[in-house]
Design a protein around this ligand. Structure first.
Ligand code: BGC
Length: 577
C-alpha cells in the first residue's frame, strides 16, 4: 500500500461528489407501553438510509427489562407500503404491513441492558415514514421499564458487559493477539525477540488470505490461535477493494475496478460469516478498513495535482464508497467487532483543503452503511512514517518572526505531527456527526525516528528552513515519501489509551514487511512496481521532485524485508533495551 500524497494546494477544487446516491435520515423512535406486572422494557432506535425507491433500515433493540432467555421477537407495523426484501441478524417475516423479526439462531438471549442490531433492505414508493411503535415479545418499547412494582425479583445488572456489548475502547484492559507468523519472522532476526511479542495486525489482502494463502494461516486459524493465547483483542486489515491503491502501483490488488460484487460476495461476506461465529464472541475483533482508499478519492482525483485515472474511475463508479459502506454494515452487524476507518496521516490530509472534505466523505460513507455507529473509530499513519510527536517545535512556533508553516518541510500544513492531527481530526469527525464515543488509533510501527541522526534539541538557526530541518525528528527527505523509508525506526510499542481521544498506539503495518519492491518483480498478487520504492527515483509533483528515500533491495509489498527490520530495531524510539 501507499500513503503519501502531497495535496496541499488550497486553490484546487475538489472533484464532483462521490457517486453514492444515498440520503440518510436518522429517526429515533421510542414508543411506550407498560405492562403492569413484569419488568419488561425496551428501546428501539430506528434509522434509514434511503434513496428514491428503496432503503436500508437499522434497528438497535435494547432490552431494558429482565434478562430474556429462550428467544425473542421484535414486531412493528409499517405506516406506508414498505416491503422488506432482505434482512440480517434475525429471521424476518412480513405479512401486509406487519413485520416480525425473531432472534438469530445463535443468539437466543438478551441480558438486561444488552442490545441487538438488526438490519434490512426494503423497497417503497411515496414517503417512507418510520413505524410508530416497536414491541419486544409483545410489549411496546417505551424506552423505560414501567415504574409499577415488578412481581419478579429485580436482577442486579451485570458488572462486566455481557458478551456482545461493545467496549468503549476495545484495547483497554485486555491483551492483544500476537500473530505467530509475524513473530517467527521477527524471532529469526538477530535481536528480534526483543519486539516479537507485540501484537501486529493480520492483513486479509486477497480473497485467498481468508482461507489461508499459500500454506499460511487463514482467518479462522488466527481467531482460533487468539482464543488459545487467551487474547482479548485481535486486529485485521480489510484490504481488497476493487481498483485498490488507485494512486500508486505497489499495492494494487486482485480485483478490477468493476469488481464490487465480487468484493461483497467473495471477500466481505465470508469474512463476516467467520467473524460472526459465536465461538469468537468474547474476542474483540478489530477490523481496520481499507487503507488509503477514501483519502485517495479526496486528493488524487481530477482537479488535484495527484490525480490518476484509476482514482477518477473509483470515484465515479462508487466502488470505494459502496464497498466500504458494505464492509462497515456487514462487519458492524457483528456484536463484538470494531470498525476503524483509515484516515491517512497529517502529511496527507493535514491541509484545510483536504481535512474537511475527507471528514465529510467519511461521514457520507458511514451513513451509507446504515448507521454511523458502525464506525468505532479511525486510524492514522497506517504503514506510514509521520512522527508521533515533533518534540522541538509545534505548528505555532515562529523563527525570527516567520512561522514554521512557511518552511519547505511543513509547507503550510496545519499539523506537524500525528498526535496533534489525530486528536484534531477526531474532534472534527464528532462535530460533523460521528458518535462522540469514537476513538483514534495511530500506527506507530515505523515512526520512531531514533538512532544517531535524531536531533536532541531545537536548532538555534534563525532561518526557518534550517531551523525546521535541524529540529525535526522525522528525517525523511520529504513528507510525501512513503516507501521503505531509510533511517526509520520502530515507534511507540502498542499501548492502550495513551492520550485523550486515542484508543491505542498500534502496529498495524507489521514491521519488517516491505512497502513495495525497489525494482519490478513479477508476482501473481497484482502488485506493480512503484518508482517511489526505487532509491534512484528523483520524484514527482507529489514529493516535490525529491529523491524517494527508499531503501534498496526491497521485495514486493508485504514480503519480509530483513534489512529494513534490522534498521527499524536499530533506530527504534523509544530505544530497545
Ligand atoms: C501489502 C499487503 C501486505 C501489507 C502488510 C501492504 O502494503 O500490499 O500485501 O499484507 O502491506 O505488510
Amino acid at each position: 500500500m501507499r500513503s503519501d500524497p502531497p495535496a496541499r494546494r488550497a486553490h484546487l477544487v475538489r472533484g464532483a461528489a462521490v457517486a453514492a446516491a444515498t440520503l440518510v435520515s436518522g429517526i429515533g423512535v421510542v414508543a411506550v407501553a407498560t405492562q403492569a406486572h413484569a419488568a419488561a422494557g425496551c428501546r428501539a432506535d430506528y434509522s434509514v438510509n434511503q434513496w428514491n425507491t428503496g432503503f436500508t433500515g437499522s434497528v438497535t433493540l435494547t432490552n431494558l427489562g429482565d434478562p430474556i432467555t429462550g428467544g425473542w421477537a421484535l414486531t412493528w407495523d409499517f405506516a406506508g407500503n414498505q416491503h422488506i426484501t432482505q434482512g440480517w441478524n434475525g429471521t424476518f417475516s412480513q405479512t401486509g404491513t406487519h413485520v416480525s423479526v425473531t432472534n438469530p439462531a445463535w443468539s437466543t438471549s438478551l441480558a438486561t441492558g444488552a442490545s441487538a442490531s438488526l438490519g434490512f433492505n426494503a423497497d417503497y414508493s411515496g414517503t417512507n415514514p418510520a413505524p410508530a411503535t416497536f414491541s419486544l415479545n409483545g410489549v411496546a418499547c417505551t424506552g423505560s421499564v414501567p415504574t409499577t412494582a415488578p412481581t419478579t425479583t429485580p436482577t442486579t445488572p451485570p458488572t462486566t458487559p455481557p458478551a456482545g456489548t461493545r467496549a468503549d475502547n476495545p484495547y483497554a484492559g485486555v491483551k492483544g493477539y500476537v500473530n505467530p507468523e509475524w513473530k517467527a519472522k521477527a524471532d529469526a532476526e538477530p535481536g528480534g525477540s526483543r519486539v516479537s511479542n507485540n501484537p501486529t495486525a493480520v492483513w486479509l489482502d486477497r480473497i485467498a488470505a481468508i482461507g489461508g494463502a499459500a500454506g499460511s494461516m487463514g482467518l479462522r486459524d488466527h481467531l482460533d490461535a487468539a482464543l488459545a493465547q487467551g487474547a482479548g483483542y485481535i486486529q485485521f486489515v480489510i484490504y481488497d477493494l476493487p481498483g485498490r491503491d488507485c494512486a500508486a502501483l505497489a499495492s494494487n490488488g486482485e480485483l478490477g475496478p468493476d469488481d464490487l460484487p465480487r468484493y461483497q460476495s467473495e471477500y466481505i461476506d465470508p469474512i463476516a460469516a467467520i467473524q460472526a461465529d459465536p465461538k469468537y464472541r468474547n474476542l474483540r475483533i478489530i477490523d481496520v478498513i481499507e487503507i488509503d482508499s477514501l483519502p485517495n478519492l479526496v486528493t488524487n482525483t481530477s482537479g488535484q495535482a495527484g490525480a490518476t485515472a484509476m482514482c477518477d474511475t473509483m470515484k465515479a463508479n462508487g466502488g470505494y464508497v459502496n464497498g466500504i459502506a458494505y464492509a462497515l454494515r456487514k462487519l458492524g452487524a457483528i456484536a463484538n467487532t470494531y470498525n476503524y476507518l483509515d484516515a491517512a496521516h497529517h502529511g496527507w490530509i493535514g491541509w484545510d483543503s483536504n481535512f474537511g472534505p475527507t471528514a465529510d466523505l467519511m461521514l457520507q460513507t458511514a451513513r451509507a452503511s446504515g448507521d454511523v455507529r458502525n464506525v468505532a473509530g479511525f486510524i492514522t499513519d497506517t504503514a506510514n512514517y509521520s512522527a508521533l510527536r515533533e518534540p522541538y517545535f509545534t505548528v505555532a512556533t515562529t523563527v525570527n518572526g516567520t512561522s514554521v508553516r512557511q518552511s519547505r518541510w511543513v509547507d503550510w500544513n496545519q499539523y506537524v505531527d500525528e498526535l496533534s492531527f489525530a486528536q484534531a481530526f477526531r474532534t472534527k469527525l464528532v462535530s460533523i456527526g460521528f458518535d462522540p464515543g469514537i476513538g483514534m488509533l495511530i500506527d506507530t510501527s515505523r515512526n520512531g525516528w531514533g538512532g544517531p541522526n535524531r536531533p536532541t534539541r531545537a536548532s538555534t538557526a534563525t532561518d526557518v528552513n534550517t531551523f525546521v530541518d535541524q529540529s525535526r525528528i522525522d528525517r525523511r527527505i520529504h513528507a510525501g515519501n512513503w516507501c521503505n523509508q531509510s533511517g526509520a525506526g520502530l515507534g511507540e510499542r502498542p499501548t492502550a489509551a495513551p492520550e485523550p481521544g486515542i484508543d491505542a498506539y498500534v502496529w498495524v503495518k507489521p514491521p519488517g514487511e516491505s512497502d513495495g519492491s525497489s525494482t519490478l518483480i513479477p508476482n501473481d498478487e497484482g502488485k506493480g512496481f512503484d518508482r517511489m520504492c526505487d532509491p534512484t527515483y528523483t520524484g514527482n509533483a507529489r514529493n516535490g521532485n525529491n529523491l524517494s528515500g527508499a531503501l534498496p533491495g526491497a521485495p514486493i509489498s508485504g514480503a519480509w524485508f530483513s534489512a529494513q527490520f534490522r534498521e527499524l530495531m536499530a533506530n527504534a524510539y523509544p530505544p530497545l533495551s
